[in-house]
Design a protein around this ligand. Structure first.
Ligand code: GTP
Length: 320
């Protein structure tokens, strides 16, 4: 079976980090974002098609250097074709039931159960549905009692949403869906789904967690969510942490740590440096970055090689 992952977006909301690396490889707790989608795929998925465009060479090199245990096929778009156009562009690889994912999704979805549900209903597709209090920033769906989706509403005005169920960006489709996608730049959500409802597009609601990690806030929320699920990981031997005050759940791979205050929700990548007196919370710090003496970092993503000067205060920022 094949899985398609949309990984060709510009990642503008994670700039300036995404000027030097594509969003799918930004490390989320020690693994590139996209590995959080690839690694838990069911065993029967032997091939992963990556629809790429922006910084495709970077992704190609990553997958040449890292064996992920499945065949990886990168399919390039000379210009980003949108979520629907990207699917159409990989049509020739998709000749049977396939998974498709928005590459930013971090969730607890049980893909085996979703596949069983899809097979029992025999529709053209199944869409994972997540429930939120305020759906105004999302694609909202309404379904009938059998789970069949009846209506789509993209980013409704506050108070006008038809339900609290949103499109979670994870799907199972039959290849027939590709016949309903026109050539060119096409949005799956706006230009394709509304036209295939008569063929049976079903919702699959799930519980647990779901985060679309495409912004600084939501990326750090995904980090916090995974830390809550998995708990802290700190380096061994613990003597590297001498003088470090740790709060809450964190993942610390950094090798140069001076006495400092770290946590909650901090990821320090291997090769990050933290100097004496620094305070870091709700942030990720990548390899080669330096957090200077008595600096304060919170709600931030610190890119590779970025230097936070001694005594600086960095809040709610992406540095690269
Ligand atoms: P922003 O520029 O910050 O909005 O990020 P983005 O470009 O990644 O857009 P968005 O977060 O809406 O995209 C959701 C998912 O679809 C991401 O995994 C993107 O990589 C992917 N994606 C968006 N547009 C395209 C496209 O034109 N082609 C392909 N192949 N993937 C896309």
């Amino acid at each position: 079976m094949k899985a398609l992952i949309l990984a060709g977006g510009l990642g503008t909301r994670l700039r300036p980090l995404t000027f030097s690396m594509p969003k799918p490889v930004v490390p989320l707790l020690g693994r590139p974002l996209i590995r959080h989608l690839i690694d838990p795929l069911p065993d029967e998925v032997d091939t992963v098609i990556l629809a790429v465009s922006y910084m495709k060479d970077y992704l190609e090199t990553y997958f040449q250097e890292n064996d992920v245990g499945r065949e990886i096929v990168l399919v390039n778009e000379d210009q980003p074709l949108g979520t629907g156009g990207a699917l159409k562009n990989v049509s020739k690889w998709l000749d049977d039931t396939f998974f498709a994912f928005n590459g930013d999704v971090i969730c607890s979805l049980d893909l085996d159960s979703m596949l069983a549900s899809h097979r029992s209903r025999r529709g053209i597709g199944t869409m994972a549905l997540w429930t939120v209090d305020d759906p105004s920033a999302f694609g909202v769906v309404a379904a009938d009692d059998s789970g069949r989706i009846t209506t789509f509403q993209e980013k409704p005005a506050p108070g006008e949403a038809i339900s609290n169920s949103i499109n979670a960006g994870a799907y199972i489709f039959e290849p027939e869906l590709l016949d309903h996608i026109p050539e060119g730049v096409v949005s799956l959500e706006r230009e394709v789904f509304p036209h295939v409802l008569h063929r049976g597009l079903y919702g699959f609601a799930f519980e647990g967690f779901w985060v679309d990690a495409g912004t600084r806030e939501s990326f750090l929320r995904a980090q916090r969510t995974l830390l809550d699920v998995k708990g802290s990981t700190v380096p061994c031997p613990a003597r590297r942490l001498a003088g470090v005050r740790l709060t809450g759940s964190n993942m610390i791979e950094a090798t140069h740590l001076e006495p400092s205050e770290i946590g909650p929700n901090v990821y320090l990548e291997k090769g990050a440096e933290v100097r004496r007196g620094a305070k870091i919370s709700d942030s990720m710090v990548m390899a080669g970055a330096v957090i200077g003496r008595d600096a304060v970092v919170s709600g931030s993503m610190i890119g590779p090689g970025a230097v936070v000067e001694d005594g600086a205060v960095v809040t709610g920022t992406i540095l690269a």
